[in-house]
Design a protein around this ligand. Structure first.
Ligand SMILES: Cc1cc2nc3c(=O)[nH]c(=O)nc-3n(C[C@H](O)[C@H](O)[C@H](O)COP(=O)(O)O)c2cc1C
Length: 176
């Protein structure tokens, strides 16, 4: 699938078919993440791939009950946990770039997945300390997000987006 088509057709998927994700496709989406740009090429991201049902159930428990992505982690045959080592990135004027680096890598993964017909859903509302405990993640490593990965069992309508006229200024900031 063309990149722009993947960008256009990607949706957050929260219902999945049980069909397994081919190892080759899993490698392709992780490769896409690996190729992301990062602050001084620090590549601070780390990914934990969780495929066992026990592991996926444990991850789902680390989300608030109100998180609509909770069930998706159990339904999807693969969960990917995005971690980052802040020491491998830098802060500049108070901005911690590990979050930016990791987010770019994750979005590469998400778009590659869409191009392969796989569904994902960014999940940020989680209890980090619980995930750290469940997956034996060292204290210095941050958990940035996670996503279920698998074949979609739904085809959600596009969520609304602001128009370009609301978000793009020309030459200088304009009052809204
Ligand atoms: C940083 C980030 C965190 C998110 N966290 C969650 C989450 O915890 N649970 C969830 O169900 N969706 C989560 N989402 C998905 C958004 O709700 C979704 O992207 C948004 O509603 C737009 O819908 P779309 O992705 O289908 O275009 C998150 C998205 C982003 C970018």
């Amino acid at each position: 699938m063309e990149l722009l088509k993947a960008v256009e057709e990607r949706r957050s998927i929260r219902r999945f078919r049980p069909d397994p994700v081919e190892e080759e496709k899993l490698t392709t989406v992780l490769e896409a993440a690996r190729r992301a740009p990062s602050w001084k090429n620090g590549q601070c991201w780390r990914f934990i791939v969780v495929q066992s049902e026990e592991g996926r159930r444990a991850l789902a428990q680390c989300l608030p009950l109100t998180n609509p992505g909770r069930k998706a982690l159990v339904q999807a045959p693969v969960n990917v946990v995005l971690c980052a080592d802040p020491a491998a990135s830098e802060e500049w004027e108070g901005r911690a770039y590990y979050l930016v680096d990791a987010a770019i890598a994750m979005e590469h993964l998400v778009l590659a997945a869409a191009a392969l017909g796989l569904g994902t859903c960014w999940i940020g509302m989680m209890y980090e300390e619980e995930i750290r405990r469940a997956l034996a993640i060292p204290p210095a490593i941050r958990v940035v997000a996670l996503t279920p990965l698998g074949y979609p069992a739904e085809n959600p309508r596009p969520r609304p987006r602001k128009g370009l006229d609301e978000i793009v200024f020309r030459e200088r900031w304009e009052g809204l």
